[in-house]
Design a protein around this ligand. Structure first.
Ligand code: HEM
Length: 161
C-alpha cells in the first residue's frame, strides 16, 4: 500500500500533473489580478503638475464686476483671480481660495496690489489693479507672482477697467 503510494508520488506523470496544477493556479491568479494592476498604474496625484507657462492668454475680457461673479461660492462654480491684468482659473486650488480659506480674499477679484505688497489685508487690494506708489521691490514681487500664476493656472482672459 505504502509502496504503491510512493510509486505514484515519484512517477513522472505525477510531477507533470503537479506542475500543471501549479501553472494553472499562477495563470489564474495573474488574470484575476489584472484589473487591479491596471488600476494601480493609472495617473495619480503624485505625478508632476501641468506646466501652463507657454499658454496663450485668451482674448476674452473681464471687467472687475464680471470677475466678482467667480468667487466659487458654489462647489461647481469656478474660482478666478486677477493678477497684473490677467485672469486665471484657480479652481484646482479651491482649498486655499475658498471664502473662509487663507487666500480667499483673492477669489473673484483683482489681487494685483495685495500680491505686490505681500499683503493679506483686503484693504490692500484697492485701488484694484493700480500700481501707483508701489516700490521697485513690490513691482518685482508682482512680476514673480505673474510668472507663478501663469505657470500653475490656465488663463481665461484679460482684465479691463
Ligand atoms: C506666515 C506667512 C505665510 C505662510 C506660512 C505662507 C504659506 C504658504 C504656503 C505653504 C503656500 C503653498 C500653498 C500650496 O501650494 O498649497 C502659500 C501659497 C501662497 N501664498 Fe502664502 N504664506 C504666508 C504669507 C503670505 C502672504 C503675506 C501672502 C500675500 C500675498 C501670501 C500669498 C500666497 C499666495 C497668493 C499663494 C499661492 C496660492 C496658490 O495659488 O497656490 N502668503 N503660502
Amino acid at each position: 500500500m505504502l509502496q504503491n503510494l510512493l510509486d505514484v508520488v515519484t512517477s513522472p506523470l505525477f510531477f507533470v500533473g503537479v506542475a500543471a496544477v501549479v501553472a494553472s493556479v499562477v495563470v489564474f491568479d495573474r488574470l484575476s489580478n489584472k484589473p487591479k494592476d491596471t488600476k494601480e498604474k493609472k495617473p495619480t496625484a503624485t505625478e508632476e503638475p501641468v506646466d501652463y507657462s507657454n499658454q496663450t492668454i485668451p482674448e476674452k475680457t473681464f471687467s472687475l464686476e464680471e470677475l466678482q461673479k467667480y468667487k466659487g461660492s458654489k462647489p461647481n462654480e469656478p474660482v478666478y483671480v486677477g493678477v497684473d491684468g490677467i485672469v486665471f482659473d484657480v479652481s484646482s486650488k479651491r482649498d486655499v481660495y475658498g471664502a473662509s480659506e487663507s487666500y480667499g480674499l483673492f477669489a473673484g477679484t483683482d489681487g494685483t496690489r495685495a500680491l505686490a505688497k505681500s499683503s493679506l489685508n483686503p484693504e490692500d487690494l484697492k485701488p484694484f489693479g493700480s500700481k501707483e506708489g508701489l516700490t521697485e521691490k513690490q513691482l518685482k514681487t508682482l512680476v514673480d507672482w505673474g510668472v507663478y500664476y501663469k505657470k500653475r493656472y490656465p488663463a481665461v482672459g484679460k482684465l479691463t477697467y
